[in-house]
Write a protein that binds this ligand. Structure first.
Ligand code: CP3
Length: 356
């Protein structure tokens, strides 16, 4: 936990560090949370996971989803809790079959073409996602006041990747081919997903999410013109729709791997915060992105896995690079299941050891 401060001072200064930084304030040390902070690197997560038959059951059982969301917060003084769910609940709620096979990742019955759009039924979205909203509502009541509740969704392009491919892929050929060869079909799919993501995030906010993060994990596989069309434009529409419905609720966008298009993305989408993936040079991001945009990231999950001197050096380097910027310390991608819990503790002590 942060050192005790006078209650009044604390209420003014660090009431909700993540929200303050997303409003443009610079905090030192920066607030911290970790992508995939609830997950298999925690023995208590593996214990709960073993009690359910499938991963989606965990996502759709509010008592268990609340429990695993809170697990990392009991161990570490994190500044945010991220709803425990998965990006693939949206395709599932649209009517696709989604399974998570041990050691193999997700498997879906892929969409083969325009006729398969009839398999998707947006009308039942909220009904099927109701348990997730229940998890959000309980978390909103139970979290300590200092901790910010983050909701999330996959972005349309990344969801389309899994829906067309039927699972993970090295090259996402089915999605990239469809985007180019069948643009009318692809446009309809992205449009439907954009509307679904707006409805889903909007409901999370209505149930108590204070921030929402948009994960576009595969934003980095497209050429420029298609990145603008299938990544930037849908994110812009989502940001615009959410700002109209929920003014003042910050969006963090994570267009992973988008590289030199980060500035174009931020200029078009205008998110309160932008997630920087592991490959982004900190100095470049600091200079290339608008000063009022909070930067989130970008420690390499492998550095956290390895620990020791590389971890200490990287934490100091990232923190120094963003010292004068609104910055939320995070990883540049999700925490790896093999990560020792002690390395997360070391990360926190490095982050809190200087400038206090
Ligand atoms: O703690 C948190 O960050 C919240 C929970 C969360 C999960 N997935 C839980 C999960 C979040 C935010 C996600 C996002 C997610 N899911 C993304 C975007 C971020 C990224 O990593 O790029 C993507 C692409 C997915 C899809 C997904 N879910 C895959 C590819 C896999 C299999 C790979 C793996 O790590 O097993 C999952 C399963 C998954 N999602 C697990 C967890 C804890 C592991 C499943 C298990 O426990 O059996």
């Amino acid at each position: 936990m942060r050192k005790e401060e006078g209650l009044e001072k604390r209420a003014q200064r660090v009431a909700k560090p993540v929200l303050e930084v997303l409003a443009g304030r610079v905090l030192d040390p920066p607030p911290l949370w970790l992508m995939r902070q609830a997950g298999r690197y925690l023995p208590e997560y593996r214990e709960v996971r073993a009690r359910v038959s499938g991963f989606l059951e965990l996502c759709y059982t509010p008592e268990l989803a609340v429990e695993v969301t809170l697990q990392p917060l009991r161990r570490f003084p994190l500044d945010a809790a991220i709803l425990f769910s998965d990006i693939l609940v949206v395709p599932h709620a649209l009517g696709m079959e989604v399974r998570f096979l041990e050691g193999e990742g997700p498997k879906l019955e892929p969409l083969r073409g325009p006729a398969d759009l009839a398999r998707l039924d947006a009308d039942r979205l909220h009904e099927r996602l109701r348990p997730v909203y229940g998890t959000v509502a309980t978390l909103a009541r139970e979290l300590p006041p200092r901790v910010t509740l983050i909701g999330f969704s996959g972005a349309p392009w990344t969801l389309a990747c899994y829906m067309l491919e039927g699972g993970g892929s090295k090259d996402w050929l089915a999605a990239r081919r469809a985007a180019l060869a069948e643009p009318a079909f692809f446009e309809r799919l992205i449009g439907l997903l954009t509307d679904s993501v707006v409805a889903y995030l909007s409901a999370q906010i209505a149930h108590g999410a204070e921030v929402v993060q948009l994960f576009d994990s595969w934003a980095g596989v497209l050429p420029e013109s298609e990145t603008r069309r299938w990544v930037i434009e849908p994110a812009r529409r989502i940001a615009e729709a959410l700002a109209a419905r929920h003014p003042g609720v910050p969006l963090i966008a994570f267009p992973r791997g988008i590289g030199p298009l980060y500035p174009a993305f931020v200029e078009a989408v205008r998110p309160a915060g932008v997630g920087l993936d592991t490959t982004v040079p900190c100095g470049w991001a600091r200079d290339a992105l608008p000063g009022d945009t909070a930067l989130q990231g970008n420690l390499d999950p492998v550095t956290l896995l390895v620990g020791g001197d590389p971890l200490a050096e990287e934490v100091a380097r990232i923190r120094d690079a963003f010292r004068a910027r609104p910055h939320i310390f995070n990883l540049g991608h999700g925490i790896l299941p093999q990560t020792p819990v002690a390395h997360v503790e070391a990360l926190i002590s490095h982050l809190h050891s200087r400038g206090r």
